[in-house]
Design a protein around this ligand. Structure first.
Ligand code: MTE
Ligand code: MO
Length: 164
């Protein structure tokens, strides 16, 4: 059974994709090595812009909300800030992206700010991503607001994740 990524909300053609479908996209829609974009771990990604083109975004849409049902983590960020530069990491070599690296799908914004210091921060690099929702207004967002909440979030993560 494969995991799916859904893109819906203010779009013309909602989409549901698995990693195999992403692998099959033309090379110019993929980033073969995300460490080139500053990612900490190696991986292959699809350009967010390519997926936005596929779904046909409502011109009125201004926010994108990144959902992880797995750990109930959600970030809602201005679409214009990430539409052209964000990617979604979905593979590591021939394998699917492991859970330990935030897989099966992980949002990644190059040049993000430190956690909770700006709207586009490291917290917005949502792991275990299963749904990307476009909307006309800001959506669900439960990223930590201060350092104490942020520290608590890191506490509940696996030990490998506690170094950021
Ligand atoms: N689903 C989900 N994504 C998440 C988080 C989380 O708790 N859940 N934490 C965020 C924060 S605060 C950070 S610093 C990075 C940590 O990524 P890492 O585990 O790859 O170091 O993931 C971000 N994405
Ligand atoms: Mo963080």
């Amino acid at each position: 059974m494969s995991d799916y990524l859904t893109i819906d909300g203010a779009v013309t053609r909602p989409l549901r994709l698995d990693a195999a479908a992403l692998r099959g996209l033309p090379a110019d829609q993929l980033v073969a090595d995300v460490t080139q974009l500053g990612a900490k771990r190696p991986g292959t990604a699809v350009r967010f812009a390519a997926l936005l083109t596929q779904v046909g975004v409502d011109p009125q849409a201004t926010y994108v909300t990144l959902h992880s049902q797995l750990d109930d983590f959600h970030a809602s960020i201005p679409l214009s800030a990430v539409a052209t530069r964000a990617v979604i990491i979905f593979a590591h070599g021939d394998a699917d992206l492991p859970r330990s690296a935030g897989g099966p799908f992980r949002f990644f914004v190059p040049d993000h700010a430190a956690c909770h210091l700006a709207e586009i921060d490291e917290c917005a690099n949502v792991k275990f991503l299963d749904r990307i929702e476009l909307s006309l207004q800001k959506g669900e967002d439960n990223r930590p607001q201060d350092e104490s909440d942020h520290a608590k979030l890191h506490q509940r993560q696996a030990p490998h994740a506690q170094d950021s």
